[in-house]
Structures are given as C-alpha cells and as structure tokens.
Design a protein around this ligand. Structure first.
Ligand SMILES: CC(C)(COP(=O)(O)OP(=O)(O)OC[C@H]1O[C@@H](n2cnc3c(N)ncnc32)[C@H](O)[C@@H]1OP(=O)(O)O)[C@@H](O)C(=O)NCCC(=O)NCCS
Length: 489
C-alpha cells in the first residue's frame, strides 16, 4: 500500500490531470512524472492546485481561535448556573440536563436539527452537490460540521478524492470480515471491523511515542479521515458477503462518497446514488446526547483512538431504541402489510397499532427523546419519495400510518412525542431500490453517523477537551441528599 503522503498527493494529481488512477499509481512512489503537477506524490500536503485550502489546512487555521474563545468564555462565565437538575432526571436517562458541548449541531424540540445553524432544507440549498444531482454531498456536510463553513465545489471534490484515496482496507481486516459467520448481525460485523482497524491508528502510535498533546488533533484528524474513507468498503463487504456473492467493486477515485458507497454495494441507479447522498447527510448528526454520539465522544475523552471510540458508538447505534429502529420498522411494516392484506383504511391501521401497543411493544419509528414534532429528517425522506415514487405501495402504507399513529399514541397518553422520527421512513426508500435486507440498514446509518461524530472527536482533541466524568450517587445517597435539601424531612 502507498504511504499516506503518496496517497494524498496522488489524489490531488488525479484532480489536476486527466490521467487514470492506475497510471498515476505506478509513478506515485517515485514522484510524479505522469501528470502536469510539479510536486512528487510522496512529498505533498495539498490536494488541489487552484490555491484553495484543504479541509485540514482550514481547520488548522480555525481551531486555535475556537480554543481561545472557549477558554475566555469559561474564564468569564464559568460559574454561571445554566440549569437545575431534578431527581427524576437522574433516574430518567439524564433527559434535558445540559452537560455536554457539541459544536456541529443543535436540536430544537419543535424545529428539529440545525447543522451549524442550518436546517435540512437550508443545507439542501447551500451545500455543493454532484454535477448530475441536487442532493447535498455528505463530504460537504463533514466540512461544514468541522469548520462551520460551507466549502466550495472544488474543496469538496478534493475531499472526495482524499477520502477515496484512503479507502483501502488492510489485509487482516478484509480477511477478518470474510471469515465472519453470515448469521452474525451486520452491526456486530461492522463494529468488529472498525475495532480491527486499530492497527492503523496514527493517533495510538503517536501517543505511545510521547507526542505533545498540542498535536493530538493532527493524528486524530488523520485517523478520522482514514476511517471515513474505509467505511464504505467495510459496509459493502459486509453487505456483499452476507447477502450477495461476496464480490465488491473497486473504489472509483473520481466518484463522490455517496456514489462510491452505492456502487460498492452494487447499486448503480442514479436515483439510488442521490438517495445515498441525502441519506448520509441527514443521518449524520443529531447533537451530542444521543447514544452513538455521546458514546463516541465519551470513549474518545479517555484518549482511546478514533477507531475504538467510533466502534463503541456503533455498538450503541445497534440498539433497537436507537439506530436499529430502522430495521424494526421494516419488520413491523411487513407484518402489518401481511395482516392488512391491502386494506390500508384508517380503522384497519388503527386496530393494528393498538394491537402493537397492547402487546407491550413500542411503535417503531415514532417518538423521540428530544423532538416534539415530526422529524424534519422524516420530512426530507418523504419529499424524496413523493418526487421519485409516489405510488409505491410501501410508501403509501407509511403515509397512511403517518395519518393515524400520532392520534393513537396521543390517545394512549404515554409518549411525550407521538410524531415520526427518521427511522420511520428510511427503510422504505431502500426497499424501493431493491436494497431489501433490513438487518443491514443500521450499518448504513452507522456510515452516516461517522460524518457527524468524527468532526466532534477532532475538535475535542484540538481544543483539549477533558476526560468525561459526571457524578453518580446510589439511591441511598440520593435519599440522603433529598432529605438534606428538604431540611431533614
Ligand atoms: C425514541 C424513544 C426511545 C424515546 O424514549 P423516551 O425519551 O423515553 O420517550 P418518552 O419520554 O416519550 O417515553 C414515555 C413513555 O412512552 C413510551 N413510548 C415512547 N415512544 C413510544 C412509541 N413509539 N410507542 C409506544 N410507546 C412509546 C415509552 O416507552 C415510555 O413508556 P414507559 O413510561 O412505560 O417506559 C421512544 O420514543 C421509542 O422507544 N420509540 C420507538 C423506537 C424508535 O423509533 N427509536 C428511534 C429513535 S430516533
């Protein structure tokens, strides 16, 4: 495999020249003789020749200011009381307690997610898209989440090429994936492969060699981009091994991330490629308190490498109350479809929903710990379906449930949010294009989540975030505390 500097330089030269990847690869280790650039492949840090900054260069410029801003903010307002904590919150999964810092996105209960201040419709408008498409490129969102800036088209193109150049899996990870039993859940396989990439961690190596903490961000950045580059290959290998013939296509260095992922999975339909771009973008980030984001951040705070931190987050995403809900929705929908036999009338759906609730189960894809309205990620997917396949039977069923479920959940009176979340819709879109294997869906969610949690991991190391360590009490201790607060009563 090429050393990283050579791969980086190669990616840039691909963009500059009209030579093929293979012909440039031949010369990469010895210096560039093939394309029109004047720098050897082995000796460069830039990807693009038009003078625009790379993501790493831009981040290196931005973060010292951010670190000073945080330092000054803490110094001036560090003792400000920002909230009260109720006993019921300690027992209630810490809902609503402000105790985390997450720069990429903030979730408003009614309005939904904003990525660096921008709503989903806004990012659909302002982020660069592929020449042949109109959905935002997830690489562009990664740039926005890390820097707070909207990148130019050329910068995104360079980032796509950089990620593609980092995509190769080490042999042991490839072989490990091939050796796993087909009936091992795809999310378990995903996590195993990411953990096994620890062998590649530049952060872990640098740390063991005593690197100065000021440089943590640099190695974290490299690990995060390497990991992001490799995730489509891992995901596709799992998919092709478990459900297809085990063969996967080559990463194409001229494709954007979503297009490469779609092609590696074996889907070349241009609308499916567009769906992948949208899917990766809207599933990326949902502020910091959700299980996958918080876990990645928490484990990273112990200075575990990005590989180990992200794998831990993925183990959380695999839970049915979190990312796996997209699989649960599909399984539940299919049972409903079989039972209703084409009768998608309101009374028939209502009856089925009550049966689900009365049997002590949740309605998958509905409810949310923070949101109190329809998830805009649901709406974005619904709009995609309305544009591309308004008459698809499963979409009609999902739409019919949307008419009925909020009323039923409100009548039941338990959930604080009777509206649909992101997982309620995603599976149906994938089904339409033939990606029907629901147990794989959370892996796609996992690839997307990397776009949200890795920028925070880089930022954490750049601004010197400390190890996380909130306070816990036993029930006995809480009783003592409550008695003391209540004046001994
Ligand atoms: C997402 C979820 C885990 C949030 O949990 P939460 O913050 O505890 O939600 P609430 O405070 O509204 O829960 C209050 C009660 O309503 C219930 N509830 C919440 N969503 C429900 C749903 N979709 N169907 C039935 N009951 C639901 C909870 O189980 C809880 O019941 P309990 O008091 O018997 O324990 C929950 O809504 C859920 O389980 N949804 C279905 C799974 C899903 O779609 N997950 C993906 C989320 S993006």
């Amino acid at each position: 495999m090429l050393p990283v500097t050579a791969r980086n330089s190669l990616a840039r030269c691909l963009l500059r020249s009209n030579k093929s990847y293979a012909s440039l690869l031949n010369t990469a280790a010895n210096g560039c003789g093939e394309c029109s650039c004047d720098t050897p492949h082995t000796n460069s840090i830039r990807y693009y020749s038009n003078g625009e900054k790379t993501l790493k260069e831009r981040f290196a410029e931005i973060f010292p200011g951010k670190a000073s801003e945080i330092k000054e903010f803490k110094k001036q307002y560090g003792k400000t009381v920002i909230g009260d904590v109720l006993l019921e919150q300690a027992y209630g999964g810490m809902r609503g307690i402000k105790g985390l810092v997450w720069e990429g996105s903030v979730l408003d209960p009614n309005e939904g997610i904003r990525f660096r201040g921008k709503t989903i419709p806004e990012i659909q408008k302002v982020l660069p898209h592929a020449e042949e498409g109109k959905e935002p490129l997830p690489e562009a969102l990664f740039w926005l989440l890390l820097t707070g800036e909207v990148p130019s088209e050329a910068q995104v193109k360079a980032l796509s090429a950089d990620l593609a150049a980092r995509s190769q899996l080490p042999k042991h990870v490839s072989e490990l994936l091939d050796s796993l039993p087909k009936d091992l859940h795809p999310m378990a396989q995903f996590s195993i492969a990411i953990n096994a990439l620890e062998s590649e961690s530049k952060f872990a190596k640098a740390y063991s060699q005593g690197v100065n903490k000021k440089d943590y961000w640099n190695f974290t950045y490299e690990d995060c981009l390497d990991l992001l580059g490799k995730l489509p290959v891992i995901a596709a290998k799992i998919y092709r091994n478990v459900f297809k013939d085990g063969k996967i296509a080559e990463v194409n260095p001229n494709f954007d991330y979503g297009k490469n992922l779609a092609h590696l999975l074996g889907y070349t339909n241009k609308d499916f490629v567009e769906l992948m771009r949208l899917y990766l973008t809207i599933h990326s980030d949902h502020e910091g308190g959700n299980v996958s984001a918080h876990t990645t951040h928490l484990v990273g705070s112990a200075l575990s490498s990005p590989y180990l931190s992200f794998a831990a987050g993925m183990n959380g995403l695999a839970g049915p109350l979190h990312g796996r809900a997209n699989q649960e929705v599909l399984e539940w929908l299919f049972k409903m479809r079989d039972e209703l036999k084409g009768d998608y009338s309101k009374p028939a759906i209502e009856k089925y929903l009550w049966e689900t609730l009365n049997s002590g189960r949740v309605i998958p894809g509905y409810g949310h710990a923070v949101l109190r309205k329809t998830d805009p990620r649901y709406t974005a997917q619904r709009e995609f379906a309305l544009e591309h396949f308004p008459n698809y039977e499963l979409f009609k069923l999902v739409s019919a449930i949307y008419e009925v479920a909020p009323g039923v959940l409100t009548k039941q009176g338990k959930t604080k949010n009777p509206w649909p979340n992101v997982d309620s819709h995603s599976g149906v879109l994938l089904q339409y294009y033939g990606l029907t294997e629901a147990s794989f869906y959370t892996v796609l969610f996992g690839v997307a989540r990397a776009f949200g949690v890795l920028p925070q991991l880089i930022t954490d190391r750049a601004v010197g975030s400390p190890i996380e360590r909130p306070k816990s009490f036993s029930t006995e201790k809480y009783k003592e505390l409550v008695a003391k607060i209540n004046g001994g009563k």
